[in-house]
Design a protein around this ligand. Sequence first.
Ligand code: DGL
Length: 257
Amino acid sequence: MEKSQSQKKCVIVFDSGIGGLNILNACAAKYPQLDYVYAADNFNVPYGNKSAEEVFGLSTGVLDGAMRFMPSAIVVACNTVTAECIDRLRERYAVPVIGMQPAVKEAAAYGGDCAVLVTRATAESANFNKLIEHNFSEARVYPCSHLADYIEKNISSLPENLPESLVKIEGKPESIVLGCTHYMYLSAQFRRAYGCRIFDGSEGTARRLGKILGISDHLNEKSGICDHFSEKNSQIVYYGGDINKNRRIYEQIFKNL
Ligand code: DGL
């Protein structure tokens, strides 16, 4: 096992690029008793304008290799990959594969006018359209073709305000669903611009991981402070794409989350 000495269970968290670090952060905060492999594909990011076939091929290209870490589960920290090929990934790997869907159900429960922002591939996928149809057909869906790429390229210098040419929401929604993990880096900007509730699905995905592995989180419910562990308990390995470059950049981003 490549990750050596540690006897802890290990989980792969996978995204096309930097977006999934937000989910890694949520998982590591809740479950520091696990080790993590952050797998990403910075040679091919963004995935959001690619076909289902391409996304499946690229995802398995990274995940097949990452399986050498002998994970107990895979978290697909990418709404696009989940929308386009989660069933095929579940068939392929002999461990639980946890997907990530835009938090449309939570937004529906909150009610009111809602804008759902997703990549073009997610917007066009059957899985996503079923999700919307069954849970929140009144929600307004906005495919953002270039936003993830913009965030990936400008992560160290994101502007104070939303890049208007890339985000076009009509009116003043009462909630916004960030249906791509990259968009979470602009949560504060969305909150400032629209002053409304923001849903991103990261907590729900982390909770699902714990449920599937049958582990409890060690956060003290009252204080929100981790009782027995700290994030430093988790060993985090970076995998995929240009590994040396990724390790440097991802460690820096992760530290600041
Ligand atoms: N972060 C991904 C998502 O959640 C995909 C972004 C991209 O590669 O286009 O959809």
